[in-house]
Design a protein. Structure first.
Length: 483
């Protein structure tokens, strides 16, 4: 071989090496990329400065590369924009986007049941997002408030009934998904949906009391008030705090005007990836789970054996599953001033973040099971393919062997890249709801809401314009501090 031919061969080899290295780099970059709402958004900065309308309009009109949402993430897009319009006090726009989110959640969930068996080995991130249970539930709470702002009692009643119906069917809904997954030929054993303690929303009942009372249906209001108290009695893991003190006063008769105030604080939980280590034995796999402790050390938190028919021993794999993690709120107290005079504090009624974590249990076990089966199945096939390629290349030696080695790395990285946890969730649901009712003499009043932290430092103050409050009318003021 002359020098020119050698140089030509080197050029070909170098091009192939560069191509393989580029593939490895791109796949590694993809594998490190978080799936939580597709990166940093300019809208987050606008939200932090309370420019809710600008944030909503920015997300609404962003298209192409400027959009933060894939085609598979349209539920998230409508949820985020709808909630931002809600915070901005634009009920018509809020209802329109939340309606679309609710429609797509139902459509995508129904499709997921139909395709559950066929998509058993597909990462959830590659599928249409059908929303978390808490997102689907609280859509109706915020739409009900939007309808109240528009003076539509009928619309608000419809939303509260929808939420109640969803709660009644919640476990059956996810049970249908599990049953469909069990029809897959790739299933190992029997998959079961989780169970949830959450079947009755105190916040929904509170709104029901206000609506029925304003509509003159006091018996119905009394029933919803009794159901509100029952929510605290029957669901202690969610309502692990005292019920508001003056609930009975809501049904007392008075000649005063009533001002009802709801303060929303904090943010809904986020999803983080938890790492699974999977070791195969003959017809058995061992699952170990690692989490980071307060000192940054990875500690073993779980060891679970699972029968897995047909698997050989000696394989080790890594996978990720999502966990729902609460984000603590800075708000410790919400004070109400009427005409500049302190009138009392709002009381905690519902932890939306606790509901999010609790209802995530419905799907968490199914996600775990699918991830394990998918990782082992794809991992074994990948290892076999790499072994066959290496054996074939061993006889060729030299460059072919090196290319086979690099190709094996790229294949392994590609598999890892498809096994990242699906961390999608809506960004702008609040974390807690505080309520209070204040009686005033009929006439003009100015209401101020002040949010304080644990050191009694003022975080945010909102003053509502002076207005004339009339006896017998329904007034609901909502204030939001997402800190």
């Amino acid at each position: 071989m002359n020098e020119a031919e050698k140089d030509k061969l080197k050029l070909i080899i170098n091009k192939k090496l560069l191509t393989l290295l580029l593939i490895i780099f791109l796949l590694a970059s993809a594998s490190c990329r978080t799936t939580r709402n597709i990166g940093f958004l300019e809208s987050d900065g606008l939200v932090a400065s309370r420019e809710f309308l600008a944030a909503a309009e920015g997300l609404k009109h962003a298209t192409g590369r400027a959009s933060q949402y894939r085609d598979k993430d349209q539920v998230l897009r409508f949820l985020d924009i709808g909630m931002l319009f809600h915070f901005a006090g634009k009920p018509e726009q809020s209802i329109a986007f939340l309606n679309e989110a609710e429609r797509l959640i139902e459509e995508n969930f129904t499709r997921s049941i139909t395709n559950a068996a066929a998509s058993f080995l597909v990462n959830d991130y590659q599928l249409e997002y059908f929303g978390e249970a808490f997102e689907d539930l609280y859509i109706n709470i915020f739409k009900a408030i939007d309808f109240m702002r528009l003076g539509s009692f009928d619309g608000a009643f419809v939303e509260i009934r929808r939420l109640t119906d969803k709660l009644n069917l919640l476990e059956d809904r996810y049970g249908n998904l599990a049953r469909s997954m069990n029809t897959s030929e790739d299933a190992q054993g029997t998959i079961r949906a989780g169970r949830t303690e959450f079947h009755n929303s105190a916040l929904a009942r509170y709104l029901g009391v206000l609506l029925y009372r304003a509509d003159g249906r006091r018996d119905s209001a009394a029933i919803d008030l009794a159901m509100l108290r029952q929510a605290f009695r029957d669901q202690p893991n969610i309502y692990n705090f005292p019920a508001p003190k003056n609930l009975d006063k809501m049904l007392e008769r008075t000649d005063n005007a009533r001002i009802n105030i709801i303060g929303f604080t904090g943010q809904s939980p986020i999803k983080r990836a938890s790492t699974l280590r999977i070791t195969t034995l003959e017809n058995l796999i061992l699952i170990t789970q690692e989490r980071e402790d307060d000192f940054g050390r990875m500690i073993l938190t779980d060891l679970t054996p699972i029968p897995f028919h047909g698997v050989a021993g000696g394989y080790n794999f890594r996978a990720q599953v999502p966990e729902m993690i609460k984000r603590p709120s800075s708000v410790s107290r919400i004070q109400i001033l009427i005409n500049g005079v302190p009138a009392g504090d709002l009381e905690l009624l519902e932890k939306l973040d606790s509901v999010a974590v609790e209802t995530f249990k419905l799907n968490q076990g199914m996600i775990l099971f699918k991830t394990i089966v998918r990782t082992v199945t794809k991992g074994v096939l990948t290892r076999r393919a790499r072994s066959a390629a290496s054996a074939a290349a061993a006889n060729a030696g030299g460059v072919a062997q090196l290319l086979s080695f690099l190709g094996g790395i790229a294949l392994g990285v590609a598999v890892d890249a498809t096994e990242q946890a699906d961390l999608r969730s809506a960004r702008y649901f609040p974390g807690q709801a505080y309520v209070g009712e204040f009686w005033v003499e009929p006439g003009e009043h100015i209401v101020t809401v002040e949010f304080f932290d644990r050191l009694n430092r003022l975080l945010y103050r909102e003053t509502f314009p002076a207005r004339n409050y009339i006896h017998g009318e329904l007034y609901i003021l909502t204030s939001y501090n997402l800190q």
